[in-house]
Ligand binder design. Structure first.
Ligand code: G3P
Ligand code: CA
Length: 246
């Protein structure tokens, strides 16, 4: 379960399939299905709300890069988004892949022991965050889900409506003490880059000392992954789980 891997014993560092990982198109069901065949302990994905408040899985705020649609995700209804192709841009083999709903991903994971690292993109109100949390409950996945966000207001909303679900603060830059930032956010972990950890050599030990877990994104080099493992990083978020997972 997610709670078991949040405190990995000794040398074990978990692998997280970033956006489902390659070779499939990011944040699509084919990518998530492929991740189930790797040694990844988690799939990571990005959640956004459609205009009619359906949680869907897409990284960018706009449709243009990863679909044949245009403009902001938040200005389209779910039925509009569902007509778009989310696979052909990546490889013609995946033409016809759709933007998945969070509901579809959770249904895929429920019968498995795969954990989900759900990133809430943008800023979510308590009411909006509750829509996501209700889906996690509906699928009986409270033990297999970790929530994360770069956004302080969203983490605060999650702390209110899902105090029982583990949350990670994401940051690529540091203003001040990372331990204080994670503590203030009410999170149990910190997701950051190898560059930030290298620039703040005391940060990893200080976070561990304070009992926080530390995941690193996005690590696609075996050498960097091995260095992070040796340093005791708790999770490695990668586009290439088959390579990094060994
Ligand atoms: O898991 C954290 C990582 O996914 C954050 O960056 O841009 O890939 O969502 P991004
Ligand atoms: Ca993400």
């Amino acid at each position: 379960s997610a709670s078991a891997v949040l405190r990995p014993p000794g040398e074990s560092t978990v692998v997280v399939a970033h956006r489902g990982g390659l070779p499939g198109p990011e944040n699509t069901l084919p990518a998530f299905e492929q991740a189930l065949l790797t040694r990844a302990a988690f799939v990571e994905t990005d959640v956004r709300l459609t205009r009619d408040q359906v949680p869907v899985l897409i990284h960018d705020a706009t449709l243009d890069r990863t679909t044949d649609g245009h403009g902001p995700v938040a200005e389209h209804t779910f039925s509009e988004l569902r007509t778009l192709d989310a696979g052909a841009w990546h490889d013609p083999r995946y033409a016809g892949s759709r933007i998945p709903t969070l509901d579809e991903l959770l249904a895929l994971l429920a019968p498995t022991d795969m954990n989900a690292l759900l990133e809430l993109k943008g800023t979510w109100s308590i009411e909006q965050a509750s829509l996501l949390v209700d889906l996690v409950h509906h699928h009986g996945l409270t033990d297999q889900v970790v929530l994360q966000s770069f956004d302080a207001a969203t983490l605060h909303a999650l702390a209110q409506c899902a105090p029982h679900l583990p949350r990670f603060l994401l940051a690529e830059e540091l203003d001040g003490d990372p331990v204080e930032a994670v503590r203030a956010s009410g999170c149990v972990g910190f997701g950051t880059t190898p560059e930030l950890l290298a620039a703040h050599p005391q940060a990893l030990a200080a976070l561990h000392e304070a009992d926080f877990v530390v995941f690193c994104f996005t690590v696609n080099s075996r050498e960097v992954a091995d260095l992070l493992r040796a340093a005791g990083v708790d999770g490695i978020i990668t586009d290439t789980p088959a390579l990094i997972g060994g």
